[in-house]
Design a binder for this molecule. Structure first.
Ligand SMILES: [Zn+2]
Ligand SMILES: [Zn+2]
Length: 218
């Protein structure tokens, strides 16, 4: 096996390059995954432009990652080699800061952030914290599952905290996030209104919207 892998890194602000990197072994509590798919998110632009807080360059971006576990680091018992798993943006908490100690780990003050503080999934392989990866059901292809790790969590979590089935929900914009929001809203039982500009009615209805509002029409 060759001892390097391909990755796309941000070398300096505004510069993306395909590079060969040396494999590194997972440390204690980590796994290395063989990436099968990685979504593209608008937040990636903050890495490309070098403006994400805490970012250091060079950095491999990508935080909607699906892959199969290769080697396991020391102490990792829950996962096995070959498991297909996902990695999102917030990919590890320190467990020690005040929010963590209150159980609010999503607001960790020292988080591992894929594609920002550690290398992400625009690569053939990626190192991930075992405590932050998630199992991926066989029914989903890797390409289908990848956007769920950021755009999907964002919309699903907002909707499940916003109300309950039968409520009226409007989803503004039928783009990378909105097209998932419409599907979740419908499947969660909301009366779902999609709001877009122009001829997105067929897409919105196909995704499950009850009503489509075209804001480009007076
Ligand atoms: Zn994202
Ligand atoms: Zn913390």
């Amino acid at each position: 096996m060759k001892d390097t892998y391909k990755a796309v890194e941000v070398s300096e602000p505004g510069v993306l390059r395909v590079v060969e990197r040396q494999f590194s072994e997972p440390r204690a509590g980590q796994v290395r995954i063989r990436v099968e798919a990685c979504g593209i998110c608008h937040t990636d632009a903050a890495t490309v432009m070098g403006v994400y807080p805490g970012l250091t360059l060079p950095r491999v971006l990508g935080h909607e990652v699906i892959g199969r576990i290769e080697p396991l680091g020391a102490g990792v018992s829950r996962w096995k080699i070959g498991h297909r798993v996902g990695v999102g943006l917030i990919a590890g908490e320190d467990g020690m800061c005040e929010p963590c100690r209150r159980g609010d780990i999503v607001n960790c003050q020292n988080p591992v952030v894929s594609g920002v503080t550690v290398d992400g999934g625009y690569a053939e392989v990626m190192i991930a914290e075992a405590r932050a990866i998630t199992s991926v059901p066989d029914q989903l292809t890797s390409a289908e599952a990848a956007p769920l790790l950021c755009a999907g969590i964002t919309t699903y979590n907002a909707l499940r905290n916003a109300g309950r089935g039968g409520d009226l929900v409007a989803v503004q914009g039928i783009g990378g996030i909105g097209h998932l929001g419409v599907q979740f809203a419908r499947q969660l039982g909301f009366h779902t209104v999609a709001i877009g500009r122009g001829g997105e009615e067929k897409l919105a209805k196909d995704l499950g919207a009850h009503v489509y509002i075209d804001t480009a029409v007076d």
